[in-house]
Design a protein around this ligand. Sequence first.
Ligand SMILES: [Fe+2]
Ligand SMILES: [Fe+2]
Length: 392
Amino acid sequence: MQYSAGSSSSIFRPVRILIAEDEAVLRDLLVRKLMGLGYACESCEDGDAALQLLSSNPFDLMLADIFMPETGGISLLKEVMRIRPHIAVILLASIVDIEIAVDALKYGAYDYITKPFSLEEMSISVSRALEKRRLIIENQNYQRTLEEQVASRTYQLKEALATLEQTYHSTLAALSKALDSRDADSEGHSLRVTAYAARLAWQSGLNETEIRVVEQGVLLHDIGKIGIPDELLRKRGKLNKTELTLMQKHPGIGFRILTQIQFLKGAAQLVLQHHERYDGKGYPLGLKGEEISIGARIFAVAEALEDLTSARPSKPAMSFEAAGREIGKMSGVELDPRIVEFFQRIAVSDWKMIHDEILASAGNWLSAGNRQIGGKERNLQESYSDGLSPAG
Ligand SMILES: [Fe+2]
Ligand SMILES: [Fe+2]
């Protein structure tokens, strides 16, 4: 018995051959010969009957006389290929017609045999056609498996990356919370400044990647305070000169920590520059204007907003309206006037909404889309970005 070597589902069933031949003697001869070779055969005497049998039975091969009553010739071949695209078809013809032979091959026939032929010749053609069909099906199965594997691996990889990203965001948020808790007055400070800065970065026209870098830098802006003693951080009142010098080392310490972590290298720049001022009177480098990275200039406005609207032992919290006016006064002095302009385009109610969201979400806001809390459509023509990159 010959077994089908096509798809895995049909691997253990015998090879099924359909013989469509209107000459009864030849038809019986073909059936006997092929059954003798171990194939399961069925036969019919015209094209319509062949199509009917094909539509309900999974044949592997069809031997068909090209000149038959009812549907015959190339139109039969086309219809067969439409309903059974994986079948191997061998056409039998009583005359040599090059044009028909070429058409037959063009429309998917495996072979074209002219009568009279020997049964031996026909058997060889059948086994060759079945072998070719087996290879084609195997190849298609292999391709499909390969595509499925690629799709599944890609999906797994994407999932893993998303988890990783979520994990490191949570880690950064936890770290920043821990840092804030060392400071006497800054519970939740970093999270709020990060939310304000992200919104402002979006308004200023930074792209997703650049905003992500700003978020990381702002979240960790005071990480260098790890190197500052507790008593200095918690000291009420003014710092003396030595204490001030020590305190002013924290941007540099933070920078050195973050540059050692590959994915935080871009954020390190913002950390180093987070106490620079637009007028050049900041520290540690005394950078001026656009010498300061856009991330640090955005940070300065966000930090000012957070600082003014937070209560401290030395001062009460200012309203968002009053803070907005104060920030206007700082434009061109501590703060970049263009960033202040972007800041002023965002409604006071939006800033309040962001503030309340952060309170409500308890720091879990660091996911895509949250930066648009209370956001309005930004005007891209008016926005700008100085090419801040994750590595820069
Ligand atoms: Fe700082
Ligand atoms: Fe701060």
